[in-house]
Ligand binder design. Structure first.
Ligand SMILES: NC(=O)c1ccc[n+]([C@@H]2O[C@H](COP(=O)([O-])OP(=O)(O)OC[C@H]3O[C@@H](n4cnc5c(N)ncnc54)[C@H](O)[C@@H]3O)[C@@H](O)[C@H]2O)c1
Length: 361
Protein backbone atom coordinates (compact mmCIF):
# COMPACT_ATOMS: atom_id res chain seq x y z
CA UNK A 1 0.00 0.00 0.00
CA UNK A 2 1.38 3.42 -0.86
CA UNK A 3 1.31 6.06 1.82
CA UNK A 4 0.95 9.29 -0.08
CA UNK A 5 3.96 10.64 1.82
CA UNK A 6 2.71 10.21 5.38
CA UNK A 7 4.15 7.42 7.51
CA UNK A 8 3.77 6.74 11.20
CA UNK A 9 6.46 4.92 13.17
CA UNK A 10 5.33 2.60 15.93
CA UNK A 11 6.91 0.02 18.20
CA UNK A 12 5.86 -2.69 15.76
CA UNK A 13 7.14 -1.06 12.57
CA UNK A 14 5.59 1.71 10.56
CA UNK A 15 2.39 2.23 8.62
CA UNK A 16 1.22 4.54 5.85
CA UNK A 17 -1.56 7.10 5.99
CA UNK A 18 -3.08 7.71 2.58
CA UNK A 19 -5.21 10.84 2.31
CA UNK A 20 -7.31 12.11 -0.59
CA UNK A 21 -10.71 12.30 -2.16
CA UNK A 22 -11.68 8.93 -3.67
CA UNK A 23 -9.33 6.79 -1.55
CA UNK A 24 -12.26 4.50 -0.69
CA UNK A 25 -12.58 3.47 -4.33
CA UNK A 26 -9.08 1.95 -4.17
CA UNK A 27 -9.37 0.31 -0.79
CA UNK A 28 -9.30 -3.15 -2.39
CA UNK A 29 -5.90 -2.73 -3.99
CA UNK A 30 -4.48 -1.18 -0.80
CA UNK A 31 -5.66 -4.15 1.28
CA UNK A 32 -4.71 -6.82 -1.27
CA UNK A 33 -1.33 -5.09 -1.61
CA UNK A 34 -0.67 -6.00 2.04
CA UNK A 35 -1.28 -9.69 1.26
CA UNK A 36 -4.66 -9.80 3.02
CA UNK A 37 -7.23 -12.05 1.28
CA UNK A 38 -10.18 -11.93 3.67
CA UNK A 39 -11.61 -9.12 5.82
CA UNK A 40 -14.47 -8.22 8.15
CA UNK A 41 -15.60 -4.62 7.79
CA UNK A 42 -16.85 -3.31 11.13
CA UNK A 43 -19.02 -0.23 10.70
CA UNK A 44 -22.10 1.48 12.10
CA UNK A 45 -25.55 1.57 10.54
CA UNK A 46 -25.24 5.16 9.30
CA UNK A 47 -21.82 4.73 7.69
CA UNK A 48 -22.84 1.35 6.26
CA UNK A 49 -25.71 3.01 4.39
CA UNK A 50 -23.37 5.66 2.99
CA UNK A 51 -20.05 3.95 2.23
CA UNK A 52 -20.03 0.17 2.76
CA UNK A 53 -21.16 -0.71 -0.78
CA UNK A 54 -18.28 1.21 -2.35
CA UNK A 55 -15.76 -0.42 -0.01
CA UNK A 56 -17.18 -3.92 -0.56
CA UNK A 57 -17.17 -3.51 -4.36
CA UNK A 58 -13.56 -2.33 -4.37
CA UNK A 59 -12.43 -5.20 -2.11
CA UNK A 60 -14.24 -7.87 -4.15
CA UNK A 61 -12.83 -6.48 -7.36
CA UNK A 62 -9.35 -6.89 -5.87
CA UNK A 63 -10.13 -10.53 -4.98
CA UNK A 64 -10.53 -9.94 -1.23
CA UNK A 65 -13.39 -11.80 0.42
CA UNK A 66 -15.46 -9.53 2.66
CA UNK A 67 -18.26 -9.57 5.24
CA UNK A 68 -19.82 -6.54 6.87
CA UNK A 69 -20.51 -6.49 10.62
CA UNK A 70 -22.71 -3.68 11.81
CA UNK A 71 -23.32 -1.95 15.14
CA UNK A 72 -25.67 0.91 16.02
CA UNK A 73 -24.13 4.40 15.74
CA UNK A 74 -22.96 6.25 18.84
CA UNK A 75 -20.65 6.02 21.83
CA UNK A 76 -22.70 3.22 23.46
CA UNK A 77 -21.26 0.80 20.88
CA UNK A 78 -17.86 1.06 22.61
CA UNK A 79 -19.00 -1.47 25.20
CA UNK A 80 -17.65 -4.73 26.50
CA UNK A 81 -20.83 -6.55 25.46
CA UNK A 82 -20.76 -5.16 21.90
CA UNK A 83 -17.09 -6.11 21.56
CA UNK A 84 -17.95 -9.61 22.80
CA UNK A 85 -20.67 -9.97 20.17
CA UNK A 86 -18.33 -8.85 17.40
CA UNK A 87 -15.61 -11.26 18.54
CA UNK A 88 -18.17 -14.11 18.48
CA UNK A 89 -19.17 -13.09 14.97
CA UNK A 90 -15.54 -12.98 13.88
CA UNK A 91 -14.91 -16.47 15.19
CA UNK A 92 -18.13 -17.67 13.51
CA UNK A 93 -16.69 -16.42 10.21
CA UNK A 94 -13.50 -18.40 10.95
CA UNK A 95 -11.34 -15.32 10.44
CA UNK A 96 -7.74 -16.34 11.00
CA UNK A 97 -4.45 -14.66 11.82
CA UNK A 98 -3.75 -13.67 8.20
CA UNK A 99 -7.13 -11.98 7.82
CA UNK A 100 -7.91 -8.43 8.89
CA UNK A 101 -10.55 -6.09 10.22
CA UNK A 102 -11.48 -2.87 8.43
CA UNK A 103 -12.71 -0.12 10.78
CA UNK A 104 -15.03 1.91 8.54
CA UNK A 105 -16.47 4.86 10.47
CA UNK A 106 -15.76 7.52 13.05
CA UNK A 107 -13.69 7.36 16.20
CA UNK A 108 -16.16 5.04 17.92
CA UNK A 109 -15.78 2.40 15.21
CA UNK A 110 -12.00 2.93 15.07
CA UNK A 111 -11.68 2.31 18.81
CA UNK A 112 -14.13 -0.62 18.92
CA UNK A 113 -12.95 -2.42 15.77
CA UNK A 114 -9.31 -1.72 16.67
CA UNK A 115 -9.86 -3.27 20.07
CA UNK A 116 -11.52 -6.37 18.58
CA UNK A 117 -8.62 -6.76 16.13
CA UNK A 118 -6.11 -6.34 18.98
CA UNK A 119 -7.52 -9.18 21.07
CA UNK A 120 -8.95 -11.63 18.48
CA UNK A 121 -6.52 -14.58 18.25
CA UNK A 122 -4.08 -12.39 20.22
CA UNK A 123 -4.16 -9.82 17.46
CA UNK A 124 -4.99 -9.63 13.76
CA UNK A 125 -4.38 -6.76 11.36
CA UNK A 126 -6.64 -3.74 11.21
CA UNK A 127 -7.03 -1.03 8.57
CA UNK A 128 -8.41 2.25 9.83
CA UNK A 129 -10.77 3.85 7.32
CA UNK A 130 -11.92 7.02 9.12
CA UNK A 131 -15.07 8.78 7.91
CA UNK A 132 -15.45 11.65 10.43
CA UNK A 133 -13.17 14.67 10.51
CA UNK A 134 -12.18 13.85 14.09
CA UNK A 135 -11.23 10.31 13.12
CA UNK A 136 -9.34 11.48 10.01
CA UNK A 137 -7.17 13.99 11.84
CA UNK A 138 -6.89 12.32 15.21
CA UNK A 139 -8.24 8.97 16.37
CA UNK A 140 -7.27 6.82 13.35
CA UNK A 141 -3.59 7.67 13.84
CA UNK A 142 -1.55 6.50 16.81
CA UNK A 143 -2.84 2.99 17.46
CA UNK A 144 -4.95 3.67 20.54
CA UNK A 145 -8.04 1.44 20.78
CA UNK A 146 -10.62 1.47 23.52
CA UNK A 147 -13.90 0.61 25.14
CA UNK A 148 -15.88 2.45 27.80
CA UNK A 149 -16.87 1.08 31.20
CA UNK A 150 -19.71 2.43 33.36
CA UNK A 151 -17.12 4.29 35.48
CA UNK A 152 -15.63 6.17 32.55
CA UNK A 153 -14.65 6.45 28.90
CA UNK A 154 -11.77 4.51 27.37
CA UNK A 155 -10.97 2.62 30.57
CA UNK A 156 -10.26 -0.57 28.59
CA UNK A 157 -7.99 -0.65 25.59
CA UNK A 158 -4.66 -1.36 24.05
CA UNK A 159 -2.18 0.09 21.62
CA UNK A 160 -2.71 -1.71 18.32
CA UNK A 161 -1.14 0.09 15.36
CA UNK A 162 -3.03 -0.42 12.09
CA UNK A 163 -1.60 -1.94 8.91
CA UNK A 164 -2.57 1.31 7.25
CA UNK A 165 -4.90 4.30 7.45
CA UNK A 166 -7.02 5.00 4.37
CA UNK A 167 -8.54 8.45 4.59
CA UNK A 168 -11.10 9.51 2.01
CA UNK A 169 -11.76 13.22 2.52
CA UNK A 170 -14.74 12.92 0.15
CA UNK A 171 -16.64 11.14 2.97
CA UNK A 172 -16.71 14.40 4.95
CA UNK A 173 -19.34 15.88 2.61
CA UNK A 174 -22.10 13.94 4.42
CA UNK A 175 -20.98 14.78 7.97
CA UNK A 176 -23.41 16.64 10.26
CA UNK A 177 -22.47 20.11 11.59
CA UNK A 178 -21.83 18.94 15.18
CA UNK A 179 -19.43 16.21 14.00
CA UNK A 180 -17.76 18.71 11.69
CA UNK A 181 -17.13 21.11 14.58
CA UNK A 182 -15.74 18.28 16.76
CA UNK A 183 -13.13 17.55 14.15
CA UNK A 184 -12.49 21.22 13.43
CA UNK A 185 -11.48 21.80 17.07
CA UNK A 186 -8.78 19.14 16.62
CA UNK A 187 -7.69 20.76 13.35
CA UNK A 188 -7.36 24.13 15.12
CA UNK A 189 -5.46 22.51 17.99
CA UNK A 190 -3.02 20.90 15.58
CA UNK A 191 -2.32 24.15 13.73
CA UNK A 192 -1.82 26.05 17.00
CA UNK A 193 0.61 23.46 18.34
CA UNK A 194 2.37 22.87 15.02
CA UNK A 195 3.59 26.42 14.44
CA UNK A 196 3.48 29.40 12.09
CA UNK A 197 3.08 27.76 8.63
CA UNK A 198 0.21 25.50 9.75
CA UNK A 199 -1.48 28.27 11.69
CA UNK A 200 -1.25 30.80 8.86
CA UNK A 201 -2.47 28.19 6.36
CA UNK A 202 -5.52 27.45 8.49
CA UNK A 203 -6.23 31.16 9.06
CA UNK A 204 -6.16 31.64 5.27
CA UNK A 205 -8.45 28.65 4.64
CA UNK A 206 -10.98 29.36 7.41
CA UNK A 207 -13.68 30.82 5.13
CA UNK A 208 -13.27 28.05 2.52
CA UNK A 209 -13.51 25.46 5.28
CA UNK A 210 -16.84 26.97 6.32
CA UNK A 211 -18.05 25.90 2.88
CA UNK A 212 -16.21 22.59 3.03
CA UNK A 213 -14.37 23.44 -0.19
CA UNK A 214 -12.55 20.27 -1.26
CA UNK A 215 -9.06 21.77 -1.56
CA UNK A 216 -9.20 23.48 1.83
CA UNK A 217 -10.60 20.35 3.49
CA UNK A 218 -7.81 18.19 2.08
CA UNK A 219 -5.14 20.70 3.16
CA UNK A 220 -6.58 20.83 6.69
CA UNK A 221 -6.71 17.02 6.99
CA UNK A 222 -3.18 16.61 5.62
CA UNK A 223 -1.86 19.29 8.02
CA UNK A 224 -3.57 17.94 11.14
CA UNK A 225 -3.06 14.24 10.36
CA UNK A 226 0.59 15.00 9.56
CA UNK A 227 1.00 16.75 12.89
CA UNK A 228 -0.57 13.84 14.79
CA UNK A 229 1.58 11.37 12.84
CA UNK A 230 4.75 13.23 13.81
CA UNK A 231 3.80 13.47 17.46
CA UNK A 232 2.88 9.80 17.91
CA UNK A 233 5.89 8.67 15.88
CA UNK A 234 8.06 10.36 18.51
CA UNK A 235 5.99 9.39 21.51
CA UNK A 236 3.69 6.43 20.96
CA UNK A 237 2.92 5.77 24.64
CA UNK A 238 2.34 9.33 25.83
CA UNK A 239 5.56 9.63 27.80
CA UNK A 240 6.29 13.18 26.63
CA UNK A 241 5.34 15.03 23.47
CA UNK A 242 2.01 13.21 23.02
CA UNK A 243 0.79 15.06 26.12
CA UNK A 244 0.57 18.20 23.95
CA UNK A 245 -2.44 16.63 22.24
CA UNK A 246 -4.41 17.18 25.45
CA UNK A 247 -4.40 20.92 24.71
CA UNK A 248 -7.93 22.19 25.39
CA UNK A 249 -9.08 18.77 26.57
CA UNK A 250 -8.53 19.10 30.34
CA UNK A 251 -11.28 21.70 30.71
CA UNK A 252 -13.07 20.44 27.56
CA UNK A 253 -13.66 16.97 29.03
CA UNK A 254 -14.72 18.50 32.36
CA UNK A 255 -17.30 20.70 30.58
CA UNK A 256 -18.70 17.69 28.71
CA UNK A 257 -18.96 15.78 31.97
CA UNK A 258 -20.48 18.57 34.07
CA UNK A 259 -22.92 19.63 31.33
CA UNK A 260 -23.93 15.98 30.78
CA UNK A 261 -22.55 14.05 27.79
CA UNK A 262 -24.10 15.22 24.55
CA UNK A 263 -25.28 18.59 25.93
CA UNK A 264 -22.21 20.49 24.65
CA UNK A 265 -20.60 19.40 21.37
CA UNK A 266 -17.13 17.94 21.93
CA UNK A 267 -15.53 20.51 19.58
CA UNK A 268 -17.16 23.45 21.33
CA UNK A 269 -15.99 22.13 24.72
CA UNK A 270 -12.43 21.64 23.46
CA UNK A 271 -12.41 25.12 21.89
CA UNK A 272 -13.56 26.55 25.23
CA UNK A 273 -10.74 24.60 26.87
CA UNK A 274 -8.18 26.13 24.49
CA UNK A 275 -9.46 29.66 25.12
CA UNK A 276 -9.31 29.01 28.86
CA UNK A 277 -5.79 27.53 28.73
CA UNK A 278 -4.56 30.68 26.97
CA UNK A 279 -6.03 32.82 29.80
CA UNK A 280 -4.52 30.49 32.40
CA UNK A 281 -1.13 30.95 30.75
CA UNK A 282 -1.59 34.71 30.95
CA UNK A 283 -2.56 34.51 34.62
CA UNK A 284 0.53 32.56 35.63
CA UNK A 285 2.74 34.92 33.68
CA UNK A 286 3.75 32.83 30.66
CA UNK A 287 0.96 33.83 28.26
CA UNK A 288 0.52 36.73 25.90
CA UNK A 289 -2.86 38.53 25.59
CA UNK A 290 -2.30 39.13 21.86
CA UNK A 291 -1.90 35.38 21.35
CA UNK A 292 -5.14 34.66 23.24
CA UNK A 293 -6.97 37.10 20.96
CA UNK A 294 -5.45 35.61 17.78
CA UNK A 295 -6.51 32.15 18.92
CA UNK A 296 -10.03 33.42 19.66
CA UNK A 297 -10.26 34.83 16.12
CA UNK A 298 -9.16 31.53 14.62
CA UNK A 299 -11.70 29.53 16.63
CA UNK A 300 -14.50 32.01 15.82
CA UNK A 301 -13.65 31.91 12.11
CA UNK A 302 -13.87 28.10 12.14
CA UNK A 303 -17.38 28.20 13.63
CA UNK A 304 -16.16 27.23 17.12
CA UNK A 305 -17.95 30.11 18.76
CA UNK A 306 -18.12 30.66 22.51
CA UNK A 307 -21.22 29.42 24.24
CA UNK A 308 -19.83 30.48 27.61
CA UNK A 309 -18.83 28.27 30.50
CA UNK A 310 -21.67 28.71 32.98
CA UNK A 311 -20.57 25.92 35.28
CA UNK A 312 -19.62 25.86 38.91
CA UNK A 313 -15.83 26.05 39.35
CA UNK A 314 -15.87 23.37 42.08
CA UNK A 315 -17.79 20.94 39.83
CA UNK A 316 -15.36 21.53 36.96
CA UNK A 317 -12.38 21.07 39.28
CA UNK A 318 -13.77 17.80 40.59
CA UNK A 319 -14.43 16.57 37.03
CA UNK A 320 -10.83 17.44 36.06
CA UNK A 321 -9.53 15.61 39.10
CA UNK A 322 -11.34 12.40 38.12
CA UNK A 323 -9.82 12.44 34.62
CA UNK A 324 -7.69 9.35 34.11
CA UNK A 325 -4.83 11.56 32.90
CA UNK A 326 -4.41 13.16 36.35
CA UNK A 327 -1.01 12.15 37.75
CA UNK A 328 -0.31 11.93 41.49
CA UNK A 329 -3.41 14.02 42.22
CA UNK A 330 -2.08 16.98 40.20
CA UNK A 331 -4.16 18.57 37.47
CA UNK A 332 -1.82 19.16 34.55
CA UNK A 333 -2.60 21.69 31.87
CA UNK A 334 -1.13 22.05 28.44
CA UNK A 335 -0.55 25.77 27.91
CA UNK A 336 0.04 27.33 24.52
CA UNK A 337 1.97 30.57 24.50
CA UNK A 338 2.29 31.23 20.76
CA UNK A 339 2.27 29.35 17.43
CA UNK A 340 4.09 26.06 18.02
CA UNK A 341 4.94 26.95 21.62
CA UNK A 342 3.50 24.86 24.42
CA UNK A 343 4.32 23.50 27.83
CA UNK A 344 2.58 21.09 30.21
CA UNK A 345 2.60 21.83 33.90
CA UNK A 346 0.65 21.10 37.07
CA UNK A 347 -1.65 23.92 38.14
CA UNK A 348 -2.63 24.36 41.79
CA UNK A 349 -6.28 24.32 42.89
CA UNK A 350 -6.26 27.95 44.05
CA UNK A 351 -4.96 29.22 40.72
CA UNK A 352 -7.42 27.07 38.80
CA UNK A 353 -10.43 28.02 40.90
CA UNK A 354 -9.67 31.73 40.60
CA UNK A 355 -9.18 31.57 36.80
CA UNK A 356 -12.28 29.37 36.38
CA UNK A 357 -14.48 31.69 38.42
CA UNK A 358 -13.28 34.66 36.38
CA UNK A 359 -13.75 32.78 33.10
CA UNK A 360 -17.23 31.50 33.95
CA UNK A 361 -18.45 34.96 35.01
N1 LIG B 1 -8.13 6.34 19.65
C1 LIG B 1 -7.87 7.61 19.78
O1 LIG B 1 -6.70 8.05 19.75
C2 LIG B 1 -9.00 8.59 19.94
C3 LIG B 1 -8.75 9.97 19.88
C4 LIG B 1 -9.83 10.84 19.97
C5 LIG B 1 -11.13 10.34 20.13
N2 LIG B 1 -11.33 9.00 20.19
C6 LIG B 1 -12.69 8.45 20.34
O2 LIG B 1 -13.44 8.80 19.18
C7 LIG B 1 -14.81 8.76 19.50
C8 LIG B 1 -15.50 9.94 18.84
O3 LIG B 1 -15.35 9.80 17.45
P1 LIG B 1 -16.26 10.59 16.42
O4 LIG B 1 -16.39 11.99 16.86
O5 LIG B 1 -15.75 10.28 15.07
O6 LIG B 1 -17.72 9.98 16.68
P2 LIG B 1 -18.52 8.73 16.04
O7 LIG B 1 -17.63 7.66 15.63
O8 LIG B 1 -19.60 8.41 17.02
O9 LIG B 1 -19.19 9.36 14.77
C9 LIG B 1 -20.12 10.40 14.95
C10 LIG B 1 -21.38 10.15 14.14
O10 LIG B 1 -21.11 10.44 12.78
C11 LIG B 1 -21.62 9.40 11.94
N3 LIG B 1 -20.78 9.38 10.77
C12 LIG B 1 -19.52 8.89 10.66
N4 LIG B 1 -19.01 9.18 9.46
C13 LIG B 1 -19.96 9.87 8.78
C14 LIG B 1 -20.00 10.45 7.51
N5 LIG B 1 -18.96 10.44 6.68
N6 LIG B 1 -21.16 11.05 7.13
C15 LIG B 1 -22.22 11.12 7.98
N7 LIG B 1 -22.22 10.60 9.21
C16 LIG B 1 -21.09 9.97 9.61
C17 LIG B 1 -21.59 8.18 12.80
O11 LIG B 1 -22.54 7.22 12.38
C18 LIG B 1 -21.93 8.74 14.18
O12 LIG B 1 -23.31 8.80 14.35
C19 LIG B 1 -14.92 8.76 21.02
O13 LIG B 1 -15.32 7.48 21.44
C20 LIG B 1 -13.49 9.03 21.48
O14 LIG B 1 -13.18 8.41 22.71
C21 LIG B 1 -10.30 8.12 20.10
Amino acid sequence: MTGGGLRVSSSTGSYPVRIGSGVLRDIGSSVAGCGVRSVAIITDTTVKGLYADEAVASLREAGVSVVVLEVPPGETAKSWSRAGELLQEMSGLALNRDDAVIALGGGVIGDLAGFCAAVYMRGIGVFQVPTTLLAQVDSSIGGKTGLDLPRGKNLVGSFWPPLGVLTDTGCLATLGPGEWRSGMAEVAKSAILDGVPSLEGLERDAAALGERAAGAVERAVVMAAGFKARVVSHDEREAGMREALNYGHTLGHAIERVAGYGAVAHGIAVAEGMRFAARLAERIGVGDPAWSVRQDHLLDSLGLTRTGCPYDAAALLSAMRSDKKVRAGEIRFVLSTGPGLWEARPIGDAELTATLSEWSA
